[in-house]
Design a protein around this ligand. Structure first.
Ligand SMILES: Nc1ncnc2c1ncn2[C@@H]1O[C@H](COP(=O)(O)OP(=O)(O)OP(=O)(O)O)[C@@H](O)[C@H]1O
Ligand SMILES: C[C@@](O)(CCO)CC(=O)[O-]
Ligand SMILES: [Mg+2]
Length: 414
């Protein structure tokens, strides 16, 4: 096999944020607008060329044992399926997916691991000129499959890391995190390819927010920054009811086929909600209205958006329970992300006191829901090579992998 030199790096660390959708999930799949922002909770990936004959993928969030392929099997797969390595984003074809089945046998029974490793394999075999031995580990501070964009942040991390390992994007040192627009677009486009493997038919909003960070109105690939978003505060609550975005998106598709004349106006209504939200933020920026006025408007939008999503068939009794429970304290909640379980967001008013927030959270926890504390509008993807003498970094990384929620300042800088 011809040897192709990889960049002279010891290892790369990549991170990408999760996201929260305030308005317009599902409608965004049909070209309507969604209002979304990045979260302070991130997914991290560490990658290194090993020089040996194996590709090792560790996904400790979803799979206890490492997934491994030897280079001969990968080379045969690449050769027999005419995979031409290029940085031009290319979707996984049905033929290539079918051919990959023997490579996925060992993890077929682990929920989620099949799609995550298929996405990885597709990107790896598309971007590497010749299969090379590498080791990859992905770990997230986000709940997986709970509506906070874990799949998108996973996709952005593997896209950025594999592009960087192949020299398609520059590898900054830790202190320099300036990426140019072309590089970010390439990462976002490949992350979208990966999301398609995981989701089936994603709109692209989740990977866009994870790549670029901040808050935006997203419509069909167009991103408009929304500056007012950072002044909005939420409680994010995980129902801990597992859900799968691919299945929820498919359910809405089927309902739309069955009841088009009913579903289409609901999609238009969600566009109206996102437009109204954008107008409220615009008026706030012009100082035409106060934050309190914005929140009063938002409360109605949160209620209406949730009920429309419920009519689309993507609520769940646990999400309705969160709405009921928070309503007792005058707070409005809606599902966020794909629904069917996963997370709800509860809008806080500017005058909602800390005591009340704590009381609501403790009631939610008493019902076995899990509440998250995090910020919104954080930076998007970051990747950097680790110093060659990276023992300290490796110790920190291993610690993070073992203790998922560890608050590690160095990691949060990337
Ligand atoms: N840390 C991770 N490690 C490995 N695979 C992951 C990780 N995070 C996400 N995934 C992949 O993404 C799948 C979950 O994606 P899914 O879109 O259903 O949920 P989500 O992205 O958390 O929610 P939403 O799409 O509603 O925001 C997992 O089953 C797995 O295939
Ligand atoms: C349900 C959905 O609208 C959001 C999932 O976070 C799907 C998508 O936009 O790809
Ligand atoms: Mg997802």
């Amino acid at each position: 096999m011809q040897e192709v030199a990889l960049p002279d790096v010891d290892s790369i660390l990549i991170s990408a944020p999760g996201k929260v959708i305030l308005f317009g999930e599902h409608a965004v799949v049909y070209g309507k607008s969604a209002v979304a922002a990045s979260l302070g909770l991130r997914t991290y990936a560490w990658m290194r060329p090993t020089g040996d004959q194996t590709v090792t993928l560790r996904l400790p969030d979803i799979c206890s044992s490492a997934i491994q392929w030897d280079l001969t099997a990968l080379s045969d797969f690449v050769t027999s399926h005419n995979v031409v390595s290029s940085c031009e984003p290319t979707s996984l074809t049905d033929n290539k997916e079918a051919a990959a089945q023997p490579l996925l046998k060992s993890i077929a029974m682990v929920p989620g691991a099949r799609q995550a490793s298929l996405a990885f394999l597709h990107l790896y075999t598309s971007l590497f000129k010749e299969p090379q031995g590498i080791e990859v580990c992905v770990r997230s501070a986000l709940p997986v499959g709970a509506g906070l964009g874990s799949s998108a942040s996973y996709s952005v991390c593997i896209a950025a890391g594999l592009l960087a390992l192949n020299g398609y994007v520059k590898m900054p040192k830790m202190s320099n995190t300036a990426y140019d627009a072309t590089e970010l677009k390439l990462v976002n486009d490949w992350a979208f390819v990966s999301e398609k493997v995981i989701h089936g038919n994603p709109s692209g909003v989740d990977n866009a927010v994870s790549t670029y960070g901040g808050a935006m109105l997203y419509t069909n690939g167009k991103m408009e920054p929304l500056n007012g978003f950072k002044s909005i505060q939420f409680i994010l609550t995980d129902t801990c009811v597992p859900k799968n975005t691919k299945a929820q998106v498919e359910n809405v598709r089927i309902r739309r086929v069955q009841f088009g004349p009913i579903l289409d106006p609901l999609m238009d209504s969600m566009q109206g909600i996102s437009n109204t939200c954008k107008d409220l933020f615009g008026a706030l920026e012009q100082s035409d209205i106060t934050l309190s006025d914005v929140l009063t408007g938002m409360e109605e939008l949160v209620d209406m958006n949730h009920c429309i999503l419920a009519a689309c068939g993507v609520s769940h009794p646990s999400l309705e329970r969160i709405r009921q429970l928070t309503a007792r304290y005058g707070l409005r909640s809606k599902l966020t992300g794909a629904g069917g379980g996963g997370c709800a967001l509860t809008l806080l008013r500017d005058d909602t006191g800390v005591d009340l927030i704590e009381k609501v959270k403790s009631e939610l926890r008493a019902e076995s829901f899990r509440c998250f504390e995090t910020s919104v509008g954080c930076h998007g993807v970051r990747w950097a090579s680790l110093p060659l003498d990276s023992k300290d970094w490796m110790d920190h990384w291993k610690h993070f992998v073992e203790n998922r929620n560890v608050d590690w300042n160095i990691l949060s800088n990337i």
